[in-house]
Design a protein around this ligand. Structure first.
Ligand code: NAI
Length: 462
């Protein structure tokens, strides 16, 4: 039996980042992982592989649509699907191997297998029981399907199966116009699949700034995706490798069907805590299956903590990472703090979509007076040169104090641009602080400054 200060269960971004922080702070640490490779959903079947396919297909889109206009003549490349999947697998291998290297470098033991917690202070992996002063559950989440749908990961797939389809489908139905549905729907639309997205609500990307959401839908429609909004999927029937999706329009209860080669179920994710033995231990859970914790990520059982997708909050890798660092620092006697008001969200489509802080809709509900500064990428020289002038930056600031309350960007590199607003918000900045900061020309970031200027006396290039 080996004994540790901390055992992290799960090696996704929450668990492995937390483990590294524990080790850096002098805690003897082990990480439990039952997959063959470290990195969890994010590195193996989520963020990283999907970004590889998004990158490859974006290059294809560029070649097909913009090369000729720039004087780059010749046939657009053809797609070797197997090679594209191999490239994606290589990227996964590099990243998971990188995490393994980091574990060794930080002298963190990898306990291979699936963990159960027989009692506080003990973690069982295979036949071995290990002791730990503190146990952190970082077991993440899994796709949640709908009643009437049986996922076989071939014809009816979740995000996992969608990353390794045997061939590019001619037709695809995506259920759910959230992050996964739109990212993977974009991948297949660029590869030539006819993609129909069925969404229960009347708009895409629920919770997002409504103006961004409308613009996003228009741009995706231009790229060939079609949308059936206000449609509740009732079930999927598979016959002869074809799937028939039945849905009901919410406005009049009329029923309709679509048949497709592949159906991607992207209707959300749920915490994954199976087999840990939490129920037997009496760990309190919410109705949605999330582990309940206090502000220090401690469960109701002393010595057992939880972070990431398994607890409340947005299911985002970077949120889990921050919680991983925070729980480690807390266990080492520090006083960490995660600012949940400044957690960016990014959708890695083309253009990208990114947001942080409050939306106009939320501020209206709160009855808070605000002002909006908006700037279109049409006014940004760099974006025009790069065929990337679709979209805009919107900064929302307090009407009286000018303090930045949120930012919503749809456009080139939105997922990177958002971070200057995040930093500004962490410093409690006013829109004027951003507006008075010199931004290099020509960069996309000038659009952020211009939106900040638009909160005051006005943008220059509009
Ligand atoms: P989601 O919650 O973002 O979207 C699910 C969508 O399905 C919603 O719009 C919902 O209204 C719709 N829906 C539910 N039931 C339906 C029905 N019967 N018929 C039609 N539509 C229905 O969930 P998604 O996209 O599966 O993502 C899961 C989680 O993973 C999210 O928390 C997301 O933030 C995270 N994620 C984040 C990524 C990123 O940061 N880029 C990438 C991938 C996932």
């Amino acid at each position: 039996m080996s004994s540790y200060d901390v055992i992290m269960i799960g090696s996704g971004p929450g668990g492995y980042v937390g483990a590294i922080r524990c080790a850096q702070l002098g805690l003897k640490t082990a990480i439990v992982e039952g997959r063959d490779t470290l990195g969890g959903t994010c590195l193996n079947i989520g963020c990283i592989p999907s970004k590889a396919l998004l990158h490859a297909t974006e290059m294809l889109h560029e070649a097909e649509h913009n090369f000729a206009a720039m004087g780059l003549k010749g046939k657009a490349p053809s797609v070797d699907w197997k090679q594209m999947l191999d490239y994606k697998d290589t990227v996964i291998g590099q990243n998971t191997g990188g995490v393994e290297f980091l574990m060794k470098k930080n002298k963190i033991d990898w306990l291979k297998g699936w963990a159960t917690i027989p009692e506080a202070g003990k973690v069982k992996v295979g036949d071995e029981v290990h002791e730990a002063k503190h146990i952190v559950v970082a077991t993440g989440s899994e796709p949640s399907s709908l009643p009437g749908i049986e996922v076989d990961e071939k014809t009816v797939v979740t995000s996992e199966g969608a990353l390794k389809l045997g061939k590019i489908p001619k037709t695809m139905v995506v259920i759910g116009a959230g992050v996964i549905g739109l990212e993977l729907g974009s991948v297949y639309a660029r590869l030539g699949s006819e993609v129909t997205v069925i969404e229960y609500l009347d708009g895409i990307t629920p919770g997002m700034d409504a103006e961004v959401s409308r613009t996003f839908q228009k741009l995706l429609t231009k790229q060939g995706l079609s949308f059936k909004l206000g449609a509740a999927v009732q079930g999927v029937e598979v016959k002869n490798n074809k799937a028939k999706v039945t849905f009901k329009m919410r406005k009049d209860d009329s029923e309709d069907t679509i048949t497709a080669d592949t159906v991607l179920v992207a209707t959300g994710r749920k915490p994954y805590t199976t087999g840990l033995g939490l129920e037997e231990l009496g760990v309190e859970m919410s109705e949605r299956g999330q582990i309940k914790t206090d502000d220090h990520y401690k469960t109701n059982i002393d010595g057992i903590y939880a972070i990431g997708d398994a607890i409340d909050g947005p299911m985002l890798a970077h949120k889990a990472e921050d919680e991983g660092m925070a729980v480690a620092e807390g266990l080492a006697g520090q006083h960490p703090h995660v600012n949940y008001g400044v957690i960016p969200g990014v959708i890695y489509t083309h253009p990208e979509v990114a947001n942080v802080g409050k939306t106009e809709e939320q501020l209206k509900d709160e009855g808070r007076a605000y002002k909006v500064g908006k700037f279109s990428f049409m006014g940004n020289g760099r974006a025009k040169a790069n065929f990337a002038a679709d979209g805009f930056v919107k900064i929302i600031a307090d009407k009286e104090t000018d303090r930045i309350l949120g930012a919503h960007i749809i456009g080139p590199m939105a997922g990177d641009l958002i971070h200057e607003v995040c930093v500004a918000m962490e410093f409690g900045a006013a829109a004027e602080d951003l507006a008075r900061t010199c931004h290099a020309h020509p960069t996309y970031s000038e659009a952020v400054r211009e939106a900040a200027l638009a909160c005051g006396d006005g943008a220059i290039h509009m």
